[in-house]
Design a protein around this ligand. Structure first.
Ligand code: UDP
Length: 250
């Protein structure tokens, strides 16, 4: 699979439909892939924290989750959010043979998310679940469940660290970190309306709904600063006669 990059961080150049086919194929062949949703905050942390970079670079597929990431990418890439991919897998669970384990969030949120998703997609197979706070025996639960897909909703970096450390041992085929998605499906947190998602303003909506997220503003500003700096350096190279990425800048 081809990648493009943002600030040196890879983004997989794949369409949403193709990704679902890749997931189906991975399950059928009993292989294992890990997927990470890349947003501006994660990229800033990767730039500044070598440990974070090492963890994320261990994943197989890098979803272009954030709209600012899609805009800043070196090549055109389709935006695929972790929450949308999670819903695709639930909707097509039967068709692609997905038996899903829900790991993370509070007990109430985890339960409500499963209940509401099952109502939306009655064909979805839930193999098991474990909340994200009383999880000492989660490996045992996953292994016994017969799951082949694991959604892990513990936030960044907990979920990515967990996938890199324990993912292979679970025996599942698809490992996907989904952040606060269970809270959204449970109805505890609202997702931005589609027109705001399309306008690239989902982050603003999340901040207004969850004011604790205002503390993320410096990271988002840092992302803009780093992208601007990189573009400026590229322009300088072109002006100096070393045409590196002229095509992108036309
Ligand atoms: N969470 C968890 N265990 C923990 C810490 C967090 O299960 O030890 C859950 C939390 O309940 C929430 C999710 O992880 O459902 C984090 O959501 P958030 O939106 O903060 O994640 P982000 O997408 O911003 O990384």
């Amino acid at each position: 699979m081809k990648n493009t990059t943002v600030l040196g961080v890879p983004l997989s150049m794949i369409k949403r439909r193709e990704l679902l086919e890749t997931i189906e194929d991975t399950i059928r062949r009993n292989r294992c892939i890990s997927l990470v949703a890349i947003n501006a905050r994660k990229i800033v942390r990767m730039v500044h924290e070598p440990d974070m970079k090492q963890i994320i670079m261990g994943f197989d597929i890098f979803l272009a989750d954030g709209s600012s990431v899609v805009k800043a990418a070196d090549s055109v890439v389709e935006r695929i959010t972790g929450i949308d991919l999670m819903e695709d897998i639930c909707r097509c669970s039967k068709e692609i043979g997905a038996r899903i384990f829900f790991y993370g969030a509070s007990e109430e949120s985890n339960q409500e998310a499963r209940k509401r998703l099952k109502k939306l997609y009655p064909d979805m197979t839930v193999a098991g679940y474990c909340n994200g706070y009383e999880d000492a025996d989660v490996m045992d639960k996953i292994q016994r469940s017969g799951a082949n897909v694991l959604f892990i909703a513990k936030g960044t970096p907990l979920q990515e660290e967990w996938i890199m450390k324990h993912g292979k041992e679970t025996g599942v085929n698809i490992l996907l970190g989904v952040g606060g998605a269970f809270d959204v499906f449970a109805g505890q947190v609202r997702r931005a309306p589609v027109f705001l998602q399309k306008a690239g303003l989902e982050w603003l909506y999340r901040m207004i709904c969850e004011p604790k997220r205002f503390k993320q503003i410096p990271e988002l500003l840092e992302f803009r600063r780093l992208v601007k700096k990189e573009k400026k350096q590229e322009l300088q190279k072109i002006n100096g006669g070393k045409i590196c990425k002229a095509k992108k800048l036309q």
